[in-house]
Design a protein around this ligand. Structure first.
Ligand code: AHR
Length: 656
């Protein structure tokens, strides 16, 4: 008899004495499972927001990139004569002071084209809503707006009438004649004259919940399908900024779009191997949209705030302790923005944006991947101020980056944990970017964890097939399977692990900086990786209370290592068993379900399996995806064969 709470490598060296048995103690329910155990982590990396989830198709819509015409090109047919200039006198929006002046001398239409985010994805016959702030400076110019395919075919065009000398929002709908993933938007002046233009926008009509200026419906649907317990936002290193000037400032991300001041995205220049010089944050997806998204998909919001530290992989810039006031105030104001009444200062801003009722925010993260005594000092300032005003709010503290990739890794983490055991934030965030073997070997990480300290949030993790920050990392089944093994350990230890999420979330196939990612997209399509389907299998089969599992007998040296966790779904009246077989051979196990109420004779099996190298893709989005089947012959003791390289979720009903 042996227990599966030992490292994988030790397991495989033992010889079998008796048949492999997995006992589930249905009559000994353990810890309650946090509804937030499985969540998601959004960061604007890999064009996850602009060019991704945020459905705006125009890049650099307000001409405020440092190169104001980045993303725009001059359209000047042979007979056209004209000039383009960037102006900033009496702008439409002072927060984004630049605008484009187009002066045309009439011989042919003259103007600009926007390239979108590696093109614009448009679908045949669907409506695309164009809008722009426009004013006429001289002459009697007319404006024509058109969509062209990358190959130069006109997809649709419309003329904007009645341009006056005052900034006015003009709008028109375009319906492309064919579907194109790399279309371009043209803005052409017809006739002689000078026109100013700003806040140029093109949005699909069909967005998530068909909100004007909203989010990409297919991408949100993939998130909603995960039924995530929480959504961590906005990062990630984005929170910190490579320098403090570029940190995430939530107040710049709310209110009218034109008042949201753009900033360079830190992933623009982070990696020499994947530079993205056109990557900026427009904040069209800002903190209001974040809270709204959480509400839409039933996820608890977990905002992360800058704690007066820039990224410690970059400048390490620090705000002196006696100058933290405005940073702390930002945190307090964010809480008021989320939870305050509609007549409070920041609650009023939320109400004006269309949500008078508070959003329910119960927790906040102080800092992202910070470490060292400087972090602990700053954390204490924030914690004191937040708890004084909002004692019920749960605080999330960090333990730096993964031990293997930050200076003095292990010692730093031990130092932070010792501090947190004293300072008692409710939740402590750990990050793991390791190889697949590490994840399987660490399925027992929390079995012997100190249970007297704060609860654990595994706030970023992903198996790296090659190595951290390598452009060669793949989202293959091997990585997903190892994560599944690890996740059984999170679930078994639900008394100490209360939250977890994979990182990063999105990658644009033409514009990514980091891999692996949970979901990949192009301008028209999005798909879940094998890792996504593992997350989904766990999150949609969470259960309410842990049931103890115990392996005995096997394995022989030839047998693969298996991992398991079990839970009871109280509402459905079902026992949920998750088994991960990381080996290349099928494993037949005797399942003994002790103390269950009368079991129904048929149950449901959800299985994910595949070649270890198998990947999903835009063309084959479900190469690795769950397959459901009915299981018959369910009894308190029955045998089940787990496929090679598989995750199986068995749902076994109990009679009421
Ligand atoms: O997930 C990508 C990055 O990895 C995050 O921004 C950061 O927190 C971690 O180092």
């Amino acid at each position: 008899m042996r227990s599966r709470t030992q490292p994988l490598l030790e397991l495989t060296m033992e010889k079998a004495q008796t048949p492999l048995t997995l006992k589930i103690s249905a009559d000994q329910p353990g810890a309650r499972i946090s509804p937030a155990l499985w969540g998601i982590f959004f960061e604007d990396i890999n064009f996850g927001a602009d060019g991704g989830l945020y459905a705006e198709l125009v890049k650099n819509r307000s001409f405020d990139f440092p190169e104001p015409l980045m993303g725009w090109s001059r359209i000047s047919p042979s007979h056209a004569r004209g000039e383009l200039s960037i102006e900033h006198d009496s702008p439409f929006a002072p927060a984004n002071p630049n605008y484009l002046r187009i002066a045309s001398r009439a011989t042919a239409p003259f103007g600009v084209a926007n390239e979108g985010f590696r093109g614009m994805g448009v679908r045949q016959g669907e409506a695309y809503h164009f809008s722009a702030q426009v004013r006429s400076v001289s002459g009697s110019p007319a404006l024509r707006v058109a969509l062209y395919s990358a190959h130069g075919h006109l997809l649709d065009s419309v003329q904007l009438p009645d341009i006056t000398s005052a900034w006015t929002k003009h709008a028109a709908a375009l319906r492309p004649a064919s579907t194109d993933a790399t279309a371009r938007l043209y803005i052409l002046v017809e006739g002689t004259g000078v026109v100013d233009i700003d806040m140029v926008s093109l949005f699909p009509e069909h967005t998530w919940r068909n909100r004007a200026g909203g989010l990409r419906a297919d991408m949100v649907q993939l998130l909603a399908d995960l039924k995530p317990g929480f959504l961590r936002f906005p990062g990630g290193c984005i929170v910190e900024g490579s320098e403090l000037a570029y940190r995430y400032q939530w107040k710049h991300t709310v209110g009218p779009l034109e008042d949201r001041k753009l900033v360079i995205n830190r992933w623009n220049y982070e990696f020499l191997h994947r530079p993205a010089p056109d990557y900026y944050e427009s904040f069209g997806l800002g903190f209001f949209e974040f809270f709204q998204l959480c509400e839409d998909i039933g996820a608890q919001p977990l905002p992360i705030i800058n704690c007066g530290m820039a990224c410690q992989f970059n400048s390490c810039e620090l705000v002196p302790l006696d100058q933290l006031g405005p940073y702390v105030q930002d945190a307090l104001d964010l809480i008021e923005f989320a939870n305050g009444p509609a007549d409070s200062t920041w609650g009023r801003v939320r109400a004006r944006m269309g949500h008078p009722e508070p959003f329910t925010m119960n927790m906040i993260g102080v800092g992202n991947e910070q470490w060292g005594p400087q972090y602990v000092e700053r954390y204490q300032v924030f914690a004191a101020a937040i708890k004084a005003r909002y004692p019920e709010l749960q605080l999330v503290a960090a333990t730096g980056s993964d031990a293997t990739i930050f200076p003095n890794g292990k010692a730093e983490i031990e130092y932070l944990w010792s501090q947190w055991r004293t300072l008692q934030p409710e939740i402590v965030d750990e990050h793991f970017y390791r190889n697949p073997e590490w994840f399987a070997e660490n399925a027992n990480r929390y079995d012997s964890f100190d249970r007297t300290g704060p609860r654990v949030f595994v706030g970023e993790y992903a198996a790296q097939s090659v190595g951290v920050a390598s452009p060669d990392n793949r989202n293959n089944w091997k990585t997903a399977l190892s994560e599944a093994a690890f996740m059984t350990g999170l679930e078994r230890n639900a008394d100490v692990v209360v939250m977890s999420c994979y990182a990063p979330l999105f990658g644009h196939t033409q514009a990514w900086q980091w891999t692996p990612n949970l979901i990949w997209c192009d301008n028209l399509r999005a798909y879940g990786t094998p890792n996504y389907y593992v997350q989904k299998a766990f999150s949609t089969n969470r259960g309410d209370v842990v049931l103890p599992v115990h392996w005995s007998g096997g394995p022989t040296a030839a047998e693969p290592a298996c991992f398991a966790s079990a839970a009871r779904d109280e509402l459905a009246g079902e026992i949920i068993l998750k088994v991960v077989n990381t080996g290349a051979e099928p494993v037949t196990a005797a399942l003994e379900i002790d103390g269950a109420n009368r079991l129904k004779s048929t149950g449901l099996a959800l299985t994910l399996s595949g070649e270890l190298t198998a990947e999903n893709s835009l063309e084959e989005p479900r190469k690795v995806a769950p397959v459901s089947a009915t299981v018959s012959g369910v009894r308190p003791a029955f045998t089940y064969t787990f496929k090679p390289h598989s995750l199986t979720v068995l749902r076994l009903g109990e009679e009421a």
